[in-house]
Write a protein that binds this ligand. Structure first.
Ligand SMILES: [Fe+2]
Ligand SMILES: [Fe+2]
Length: 295
């Protein structure tokens, strides 16, 4: 029944956000190069080295405690060899998105540092889980990291392009004590997950990243990449459960009842994962400060 008004509203919103920045050509190409099986470390390094900002971010991060590599990495080629293509893609995409949306000045609906902490912790939890369960799940851990970094990007789009409506949704969420995801639907008629698709299309993101953005609150609806989407969904909820959210007392969105059993997370594992959230919070500040310290 509400299909027509919602789609009209959605279209109007999409038109408004038409000025969304494009992904820089180098990062676009990096995403494509990394997806291609016949790429050498030199190809990827050559691309990164075209961008001095990205080069220094990659080198700083490769040498930071975040990766904990015991020797100094002084060239992009060694960074690619040591960290791997997919990690480089994570780093390049994360650094670009963080820079693009920046910290911004003035009054904000939410604090950007809390937003990024939530995204980085979600990304780390999801990546670590994918690494530990690589044979059972067959999900690429670094793609999962990217998905975690980007999963809530729709909130930044709202903040940039629809701030008043989004602020109303945040207020509604605070006063009614329901999740922001629900309040966005009620107040704006569009959720951050759905609006994230605009960015995924515009940036031509790979399908697993697009699906993680669009379905991370509803993995049941993902007809492809469901394991990765479910993992991002659960990592997001773990971050919320560990208090890593946009504001104190933010109400977490609901969990898909089958999510934990799909990933084989019983109560004991859940408790251990919650402990892991605490460690990830510390490491997330390292990642954040290295990436944000570039300019
Ligand atoms: Fe979300
Ligand atoms: Fe989230």
């Amino acid at each position: 029944m509400s299909e027509l008004p919602e789609s009209v509203r959605y279209k109007a919103m999409v038109e408004r956000i038409d000025r969304l920045p494009s992904l820089p050509e180098i990062v676009m190409r990096l995403v494509r190069v990394v997806n291609s099986p016949d790429t050498s470390a030199d190809d990827a390094a050559e691309l990164i080295e075209k961008d001095p900002g990205l080069t220094s971010t990659v080198l700083r991060l490769a040498n930071s405690a975040f990766f904990g590599i015991p020797r100094t990495i002084s060239s992009v080629t060694s960074a690619v060899v040591v960290l791997g293509f997919n990690t480089l893609r994570s780093v390049a995409l994360s650094a670009t998105v963080m820079e693009m949306f920046g910290e911004g000045g003035g009054a904000k609906t939410f604090r950007r540092d809390r937003f990024w902490r939530h995204s980085i912790v979600t990304a780390m939890i999801a990546r670590n889980f994918a690494r530990r369960n690589i044979h059972a799940l067959m999900i690429d851990p670094e793609s999962t990291f990217c998905a975690g970094i980007l999963h809530d990007i729709g909130k930044l789009i709202f903040e940039e392009f629809c701030r008043d409506e989004f602020a109303a949704a945040c207020n509604e969420s605070r006063t009614t004590k329901r999740s922001l995801f629900c309040s966005e639907g009620a107040v704006m008629g569009v959720t951050h997950a759905r609006i994230g698709r605009v960015l995924a299309d515009r940036w031509a993101l790979p399908l697993d990243l697009e699906y993680s953005i669009v379905y991370h609150h509803d993995p049941e609806a993902a007809d492809k990449a469901r394991e990765m989407v479910t993992l991002v969904h659960v990592a997001d909820l773990l971050a919320h459960a560990g208090g890593v959210d946009l504001w104190d007392g933010e109400v977490a969105p609901g969990m898909w009842p089958e999510a934990r059993s799909i990933l084989g997370i019983d109560d004991g594992k859940w408790a251990r994962l919650l402990e892991e959230v605490k460690q990830c919070v510390e490491k997330s500040s390292e990642f954040f400060s290295v990436v944000r310290g570039g300019e």
